[in-house]
Design a protein around this ligand. Structure first.
Ligand code: GCO
Length: 470
């Protein structure tokens, strides 16, 4: 972890624009619970989690934070923190229990009321259309392997836009395609637990990109130009070993967008497999060498659909990986972690500088205003004898990352907003309830909420538009 670049004269180094939005993020499957209430259909996460051995301690998302019944009180807590924006996702099978066809009005009512209450509280809604909880019925028809899914997703988007489009101005189509495909369809440790060959995973990836493009078309048609649309890939940036040496900076930037840069993962984890087609209308050139079958599933007209103009670039960032320049074909090599490098409770390394380099490079490449839609850490938080949650490590972590993001702002990168992950402790997928990422502690037995110290700290950051980050 690099030393913070600034100490006393913070304002000389960091800048958050006047209209910068401070928010927190969540997703439906991770907080809502009420998995079979009011006509909701099951998602692949309900079925995957109900099979013993798939999730730590066989924990399921069926109740989780019970946000479906606590949303009003939770909005009051958001107001206490002073949140200006709230990112949540819509459960496709709550709106369309079969994924298409019959609409569940009660499901739509839930999001309709949520949006109204958020706006009443002065909090801007940022819905995500897909945060991994694919309707089981759609999965049974082949899910992401079936090209038809692009139209089913367009239908679902239309239903949501018809109901919320008069009030929602910011839309996120997909959350982290590379993670849900990589884990769910290649590694198999996430729902639906498949281990497909790489060519089939790429076919799914192409269908995700197509579904994204169709959703943008539908939103533009239904909501018009006044809505702002983007998506939010995951990024594991390559970071320069020496941030003052130009050759290492150049090597890290090159690696970050190199289709072969995989970070800790597999080929398609690099965001250029997603962001290049979406923003430039082209897949990385090596796609066809890598997956010759791509000729069969990419139709010429698809690239136009995928390449819809967007209004912002959103991304999720937790940590990167250090590289240095190297005298080899690719021009960079990975630097092994230092012994005893600090990590979070999830064993994730701590690399705040990625929130400086990442936005800078993303802006140079894609030229759009930037939102961080997820950033945060899990910690072994508990309620202390004095009734409080002393998560000073989270405060330190967020301070470091936010200073770096503010440094990008000072370097004239158009930073538009920051969403902490997460508002509440919640269901961390295959890890069940083991990882606590929230600003608010949740007792999953009683549903009692307790604002952690970091929530009070974040309130001050928001109130001062980042000036308190010293
Ligand atoms: C993801 C998801 C979130 C996670 C968070 C912490 O990035 O995996 O968008 O749902 O909970 O990132 O792992």
């Amino acid at each position: 972890m690099n030393e913070p670049v600034m100490n006393t004269e913070l304002s000389a180094f960091i800048m958050f624009p006047k209209k910068f939005l401070w928010g927190a993020a969540t997703s439906a499957a991770q907080i809502e619970g009420a998995w079979d209430e009011d006509g909701r259909g099951p998602s692949i996460w309900d079925t995957f989690a109900s099979e013993p051995g798939n999730v730590r301690n066989d924990e399921t998302p069926s109740i989780s934070c019970d946000f479906y019944h606590h949303w009003k009180k939770d909005i009051a807590l958001m107001q206490k923190i002073g949140l200006q924006a709230f990112r949540f996702s819509i459960s496709w099978s709550r709106v369309l229990p079969e994924g298409k066809g019959e609409i569940n009005t009660k499901g739509l009512d839930f999001y309709d009321n949520l949006v109204d209450e958020l706006l009443k509280a002065g909090i801007q809604p940022f819905p995500t259309l897909f945060h991994w909880d694919l309707p089981k019925a759609i999965h049974d028809e082949g899910g992401w392997q079936n090209r038809g899914i692009a139209e089913w997703f367009a239908e679902y988007t239309g239903v949501v836009a018809d109901r919320l489009g008069d009030r929602v101005s910011h839309w996120i189509t997909f959350n982290e395609p590379q993670i849900f495909l990589g884990f769910g369809y290649s590694k198999g440790n996430h729902a639906p637990g498949q281990q497909l060959p790489e060519s089939k995973v790429f076919r799914c990836a192409h269908h995700v990109n197509l579904a994204h493009g169709r959703a943008v078309q539908v939103l533009r048609e239904k909501v018009g130009e006044k809505s702002q649309i983007g998506f939010t890939p995951f990024h594991q940036f390559a970071l320069p070993e020496n941030p003052k040496a130009t050759q290492h900076i150049a090597a890290a930037k090159k690696a970050s967008f190199d289709p072969h840069w995989t970070g800790d993962h597999e080929t398609f984890f690099n965001s250029c497999w997603w962001s290049d087609p979406i923003f430039t209308g082209k897949y990385p050139r090596t796609l066809f060498e890598h997956v010759p079958e791509a000729e069969d599933f990419i139709e010429a007209k698809d690239m136009k659909v995928i390449n819809q103009p967007l209004d912002f670039y959103g991304f999720n960032y937790y940590f990167g990986k250090t590289v240095r320049s190297a005298d080899n074909e690719q021009g960079w090599e990975e630097v092994p972690p230092k012994p005893g490098e600090p990590t979070t409770a999830f064993n994730w390394p701590i690399h705040p500088e990625g929130l400086y380099w990442g936005p800078k490079w993303l802006y140079e490449r894609y030229k759009l205003p930037l939102y961080v839609f997820e950033n945060g850490m899990s910690s072994t938080d508990w309620i202390a004898l004095d009734g409080k949650v002393h998560d000073t490590n989270r405060i330190d972590f967020l301070t470091r990352y936010l200073r770096e993001f503010g440094r990008a702002g000072k370097a004239k990168v158009p930073i538009a907003g920051y969403f902490q992950w997460s508002l509440l402790d919640n269901y961390e997928w295959a890890e069940g309830y083991n990882e606590r990422f929230g600003l608010i502690h949740v007792d999953f037995e009683t549903q009692k909420r307790t604002l952690k110290e970091s929530a009070h700290w974040y309130a001050e950051v928001i109130k001062t538009n980042g000036k308190s980050l010293k």
